[in-house]
Design a protein around this ligand. Structure first.
Ligand code: SAM
Length: 225
């Protein structure tokens, strides 16, 4: 139970002392997230949940692109408030959930699951199991998972918390039953000019892939082929 202990207090304190645009993870344009979601067919008419979305500008960008069913979930209410203030009148177009994703029981499913810089905080195997159970419950059939975590050569801590760093194979191994559709590496430039390498994966459930090849059907008795 490494993460839940004080997770709310920890992250509320982080957002209280850090202006959202100066947080190390801040991005003006969430280009890689948008590229991977779009490659997975997540667009207007799709539903997306951004877990640990905080004050990210992803919700703005998705709304700009006509994705009207966007949920931002974060343990820090203050981060969600920052995003809502930024969006102004448009804030009502998104759904906001202030809660710990590890204890979340989703009441519906989403075509897109997006996580940038959250899974890597789960240093405890039991928390990663919880994460996978929530993901399974929240993901729609043929849903797309877009995950970005610190790469093998990325930072070892973030916001004073240890992280687990992953290459594409190690991250894929965390999600048995899923297949990798796309793997990317990104060098994120923090507002203070540091470079943080990220590993990104786009995944879907293995049992819901549409085969691109199938054997020809066996001739049926009495049917002329
Ligand atoms: C490094 S920040 C990344 C924020 C955002 N994804 C982005 O890319 O801008 C990590 C975020 O995860 C949230 N978080 C951490 N643990 C969480 C948990 N167990 N449940 C929900 N949110 C969590 C934090 O409050 C914080 O907003």
């Amino acid at each position: 139970m490494a993460q839940p202990v004080g997770a709310t207090a920890h992250w509320q304190a982080v957002y209280a002392r850090t202006e959202s645009r100066s947080a190390s993870w801040y991005q003006d344009q969430p280009a890689m997230s948008l590229r991977l979601l779009s490659a997975g067919g997540v667009g207007p008419g799709s539903s997306v949940v951004d877990v640990g979305g905080g004050a990210s500008t992803l919700v703005d960008a998705l709304l700009d692109r006509g994705v009207t069913d966007v949920t931002v979930l974060d343990v820090a209410q203050s981060a969600l408030d920052t995003a809502r203030r930024r969006l102004g009148d448009r804030a009502g177009a998104a759904h906001w959930m202030a809660r710990d994703l590890l204890t979340w029981s989703p009441l519906r499913r989403y075509a897109g699951w997006h996580d940038r810089a959250v899974f890597h905080f789960l240093t405890d195997a039991a928390d990663r199991d919880r994460y996978r159970r929530v993901l399974e419950a929240a993901l729609a059939p043929r849903g797309q998972v877009v995950l970005g975590v610190f790469a093998e050569d990325g930072p070892q801590t973030c916001s004073g918390l240890p992280v687990v760093r992953y290459g594409p194979q190690e991250l894929a191994a965390q999600f048995p039953g899923f297949v990798v559709l796309q793997a990317e590496r990104e060098e994120h430039h923090t507002p203070t000019g540091h470079v943080q390498p990220f590993t990104w994966l786009r995944l879907t459930r293995a049992d819901q892939l549409t085969p691109t090849w199938a054997p020809a059907p066996a001739p049926q008795p009495g049917r002329v082929v």
